[in-house]
Design a protein around this ligand. Structure first.
Ligand code: ADP
Ligand code: ADP
Length: 225
């Protein structure tokens, strides 16, 4: 089982890159935010619980997230591995993931940190558009669809997330960046952290990530150049 973890602030480009890597590496893209949004849409118990936190830009409690991801790891399509996007987001989540993978004879092969300056994050999120059916990601400035409001890939309608409004974005950054640095620290200690410069164009970020996953793990690497 190959396990890659995408780390980055809201708007850094985790989802965009995870979708590309998923195709290139033939591993499923598992995004905790997408799993929560699907549960909210279906109005399940998990969705109703998660929504209380998501609406305020807060993190959903660790126990809920960990249970959801563990279940996902046991799905048949995850047997060969996964690209985790948006999980782990706290140190306890990272520790729980280590245990869960250990029980399955696996470990995190690389933690891919996509770093982007904070002003750029707010800009990216305010222009983010997502498609209703497949979660394909666009940006009205940096990555526009061919026809405004329509997904290039599957023709479905594009929408903006409620939590991408500037006030919620500020709350998300304030509450989610400190625990993200704990997660970076966790994987730095393990020697599996790779930092790439997420301020580059999408294709350049992908190239840096693919170079990083092609090489075996080593401490303190940086593919930023
Ligand atoms: P973004 O792509 O903007 O980083 P996500 O779609 O990954 O946001 O997550 C949306 C929301 O779902 C988060 O703001 C948070 O409330 C919740 N969430 C997602 N993943 C986690 C997680 N690993 N731990 C706690 N909350 C999470
Ligand atoms: P995350 O999953 O980390 O929250 P997304 O992948 O959803 O981030 O990207 C956030 C927004 O930024 C989207 O509108 C996306 O199209 C855009 N974006 C992603 N990567 C880049 C990049 N390298 N340069 C410019 N815009 C980008």
């Amino acid at each position: 089982m190959k396990v890659f973890v995408m780390i980055g602030a809201p708007g850094a480009g985790k989802g965009t890159q995870a979708a590309i890597l998923s195709e290139r590496l033939g591993l499923p893209h598992v995004a905790s935010g997408d799993l929560f949004r699907e549960a909210v849409r279906l109005d399940t118990r998990l969705g109703r619980e998660a929504r209380r936190y998501m609406d305020r830009g807060a993190l959903v409690p660790d126990s809920i997230v960990v249970r959801m991801i563990e279940e996902r790891l046991d799905a048949p399509d995850a047997a060969a591995g996964v690209i985790l996007d948006g999980f782990p987001r706290t140190r306890p989540q990272a520790e729980a993931l280590d245990l869960a993978l250990g029980r399955r004879g696996a470990r995190v092969d690389a933690a891919l940190y996509v770093g982007v300056p904070e002003e750029e994050l707010v800009r990216r999120l305010s222009g983010r558009w997502l498609c209703r059916s497949g979660g394909h990601v666009y940006n009205e400035v940096s990555n526009p669809p061919a026809v405004p409001g329509v997904c290039d890939v599957d023709g479905s309608e594009l929408y903006q997330r409620d939590d991408d409004r500037p006030e919620t974005v500020r709350a998300r950054l304030e509450q989610q960046l400190p625990p993200m640095y704990d997660v970076i620290d966790h994987y730095t200690t393990q020697g599996v952290l790779v930092a790439v410069d997420g301020g580059q164009p999408i294709e350049a970020v992908t190239d840096a990530l693919l170079r990083a996953v092609a090489h075996p793990a080593g401490p303190g690497r940086s593919e930023a150049a």
